[in-house]
Ligand binder design. Structure first.
Ligand SMILES: [Zn+2]
Length: 164
């Protein structure tokens, strides 16, 4: 397998914040880092599932809804991916995400938690979702990080690992 020139992120020096992980033509992948990987507990599966429903609902109803390509959780459960079309910066996304989090922590139910609308509709936890969002909101407002330290990981068979 051909080794591609791709870089991944040094997760040992990663603070909660908002980072650009990919730029592909007109699409930008933003990493919304909610917890500090491997140092703090990851977000519980039910809580990040609720964050996904609420965050996707907010972004897809917001003033930038036409540019929202994808909103989904990271497999490591430490944050969310948002893919945007256009020329958004981390500061743009910081402002949007702060608005989104402020909305989430006021919600009294998670949208679309019905079997016909969700693949695991019982896996939700609104109180923990709001707890995570409140802490993340505080971090985005007071201790913002947006610069990745790049690290290349080459696997035993020569393939390069990239997680986004
Ligand atoms: Zn769902």
């Amino acid at each position: 397998m051909e080794v591609i020139q791709s870089f991944t992120i040094d997760h040992t020096h990663l603070k909660p914040g908002i980072y650009v992980s990919r730029e592909d033509k007109d699409f930008i992948t933003f990493d919304l880092r909610i917890t500090e990987p491997n140092k703090e507990p990851a977000v519980a599966p039910a809580a990040i599932h609720s964050i996904e429903h609420l965050m996707a609902t907010w972004f897809r109803n917001s003033r930038v809804k036409e540019d929202v390509v994808y909103v989904g959780p990271m497999g490591c459960l430490t944050g969310m991916y948002i893919i945007m079309r256009g020329t958004y910066t981390v500061e743009d996304m910081r402002g949007l995400t702060i608005e989104c989090l402020q909305w989430i922590i006021e919600q009294t139910e998670v949208p679309a938690t019905r079997p016909e609308a969700c693949g695991n509709y019982l896996l939700h936890d609104l109180p923990m979702c709001k707890w995570e969002c409140e802490r993340y909101l505080h971090r985005l407002q007071n201790d913002f990080h947006c610069e990745y330290t790049k690290l290349q990981i080459t696997l035993d068979d020569g393939m390069v690992f990239a997680d986004a």
